[in-house]
Design a protein around this ligand. Structure first.
Ligand code: ADP
Length: 615
């Protein structure tokens, strides 16, 4: 079955074909009437018995209904230009009436002996091209029936034709000449008209086929571009830092638009300048020109005011602040559009080509779509980062007063400021517990912020995971035993190193180990495995027989602040940030994590980390 757009293409194609042919029919008929009248009168002149009057009447009848067809055609085009059905009915009407007129003429020119009988072929050809195969065969059968009637009645002598064209010359001489050459002329006309019909229709079909191919290619190209745009949006959506996002946008825009380069300039409201934030395909020299003062660059000023700019040929100096640089860079044409979200313009997105007049109208439209997408993605990430920055700042600010409160409460409980009642002690202890939870939350928030922040990227070097695991094992052995949980470590000794950082590996292990012990009630078991999974992966796996997780909870585990109800009921302390930190660490190290779990039965957290070659 044809696909949706193929079907539409087909329908559009056949509708146009049908409408054009129907009009063409009407034109052809004028020619037939004219040629018919002239030939009839010449024949009458040469052969006075030729029934010129009835034939002329038939031809005038054809002319009359052709006028009616012309009027009908104009009305159809006006009222129902989009429908195929009325035009098909119209084609049927024309073929039907034409056949009727032709059979009347056949009768007057000799019935079954008339050479005009050959002309029925045209109608069968036209019906075959324009109408359905069934209609074509129905016309074929009708023609055969009508001819059969002539045969029957003429043979029986019940139908006398007044005249047999080219068989009853009244001339004293040339009877043979007329019989042979006249028939030959009719035969030749049939051949030529058939050739004309077939070739013109084929030619028109070819032209349309080519048009269709062009449309189809354009459709495919737009499809490919849209898919690329979708991929670009998806890639941008995954970026967690602004620079990577903008670099993704410029790289993809250059590739999708098939141009030499691309740039994103961001607006500095205070200094009224535009600064290159990301470029692709442009030389160091070009970028080194620094910031552009909006007042000195008419083109950028207008874009910042909201207009788009497309320059087909860069030769006007007053467009740019640095026209020489543009020319030296070999930029011949460009499109520049404002990066805008809800009327607020915060930058300029440009694509550059080496060819003059490279960009067409449709390229500008497409690039504008791309610019809008990039603007939304940039703005979205910027606001998320601002929120995160605020959270980080707030956490940082809260840490020292919290420590102060803690350091003041501690001596109070210990009785350094005089005796306190049991009741007061109880209340103060609860306060200390809350402060500790708050302190943990702040620490986790700061850790997460550190992982997310680009500027605080940790230095990576080959790290021995077994060493870190051994250091942690004793601590968790004690902790688990205190809680009544059995813990077993299976640590493979000679595993390859991993490109990481001791601090973050410690955080990764600690988060998963402490969760396993925390969410396993006394009597339960925790298994820890560190081994070489294959030539280039190390497996770190923590399995517990704890409270477990439902299928719906698993996908939410790595979102910040997520805690399951059963976890909250079991342990009050918890920030819901540990696994978010784990995810950030694994992303940074190129590792992965999978979780298998069953409510009440336990969980398994498996991390795979890329290892360095053993040598
Ligand atoms: P926290 O443990 O501080 O609440 P995490 O980010 O480490 O925060 O974990 C998020 C949530 O995931 C936990 O609150 C808990 O609901 C669930 N979780 C994590 N590890 C386990 C585990 N081993 N078994 C069951 N639930 C777990």
């Amino acid at each position: 079955m044809p696909l949706g757009h193929d079907l539409i293409k087909q329908q559009l194609f056949f509708r146009r074909e049908m409408i054009e042919r129907v009009y063409w029919f009407i034109h052809l008929r004028w020619a037939v009437v004219g040629a018919g009248l002239v030939t009839s009168w010449i024949l009458h002149f040469l052969e006075p018995k030729f029934p010129v009057i009835p034939i002329s009447f038939v031809l005038l009848f054809i002319a009359l209904y052709n006028v009616i067809f012309l009027i009908l055609y104009r009305r159809l085009i006006f009222f129902k230009p989009q429908e195929v059905e009325p035009f098909a009915v119209f084609a049927h009407a024309q073929i039907g009436v034409d056949l009727l007129a032709l059979f009347i003429m056949i009768y007057f020119t000799g019935g079954i002996y008339s050479p005009l009988l050959l002309f029925v072929i045209f109608h069968i050809i036209l019906a075959g091209i324009l109408l359905t195969p069934v209609s074509c065969f129905v016309y074929g059968v009708l023609v055969l029936l009508a001819t059969g009637c002539f045969v029957m009645f003429q043979n029986a002598g019940t139908l006398e034709t007044p005249f047999i064209l080219f068989q009853s010359p009244t001339f004293d001489y040339g009877a043979e000449f007329f019989q042979i050459w006249g028939r030959y002329l009719i035969f030749a006309a049939t051949i030529m008209i058939t050739a004309f019909l077939v070739t013109t229709i084929k030619l028109s079909l070819r032209t349309k086929g080519r048009e269709l191919l062009k449309i189809s290619r354009e459709l495919d190209m737009s499809n490919a571009k849209l898919t690329a745009l979708y991929e670009m949006a998806k890639e941008m959506g995954l970026c967690s830092d602004l620079q990577t996002l903008m670099d993704t946008a410029t790289r993809n825009a250059t590739r999708i638009m098939g141009v030499r380069g691309c740039s994103i300039k961001l607006l500095d409201e205070d200094t009224k300048t535009l600064k290159f934030a990301s470029t692709y395909g442009l030389s160091e020299d070009y970028i080194a020109k620094g910031s552009i003062q909006i007042e000195k660059s008419p083109i950028n000023r207008r874009i910042i005011e909201g207009s788009f700019y497309s320059i087909g040929k860069i030769d006007e100096k007053d467009y740019f602040q640095y026209p020489e640089d543009v020319r030296k860079e070999g930029i011949a044409s460009m499109i520049c559009l404002p990066l805008r979200v809800e009327k607020r313009i915060f930058g300029v997105f440009c694509v550059y080509s080496n060819e003059s007049f490279y960009f067409e109208e449709k390229d500008i439209e497409f690039f504008s779509l791309m610019t809008d997408l990039a603007a939304i993605a940039i703005e979205n990430l910027r606001s998320a980062l601002t929120k995160f920055w605020f959270m980080m700042k707030a956490s940082h600010q809260l840490r020292s007063p919290l420590n102060t409160i803690y350091s003041m409460l501690k001596p109070l409980i210990d009785g350094y400021f005089g005796p306190i009642s049991e009741n007061q002690k109880d209340i103060i202890e609860k306060c200390v517990k809350r402060i500790k939870i708050l302190g943990e939350l702040i620490n986790d928030l700061l850790k997460l912020g550190e992982k997310k922040s680009e500027s605080a990227r940790p230095v990576l070097y080959p790290v021995d995971l077994t060493k870190i695991m051994h250091q942690l094992a004793d601590f968790y052995q004690t902790r688990a035993t205190e809680k009544g949980v059995e813990i077993n470590f299976r640590i493979q000794e000679d595993i390859p190193r991993v490109l990481a950082n001791e601090k973050i590996i410690d955080e990764l292990f600690t988060n998963l180990l402490s969760n396993a012990v925390k969410y396993t009630p006394p009597g339960g078991k925790v298994e820890v495995l560190l081994s070489k999974e294959n030539e280039n992966r190390i497996l770190f796996e923590v399995t517990d027989t704890g409270i477990g997780l439902s299928e719906e909870e698993i996908p939410k585990l790595f979102t910040e602040f997520f805690r399951t109800e059963s976890a909250k009921a079991l342990v009050e302390e918890g920030t819901g940030l540990g696994l978010a930190i784990v995810k950030e660490i694994l992303d940074r190290l190129g590792g992965t994590i999978t979780v298998e779990s069953k409510v009440g039965r336990g969980s398994r957290f498996s991390c795979l980390l890329p290892s360095l070659p053993s040598s």
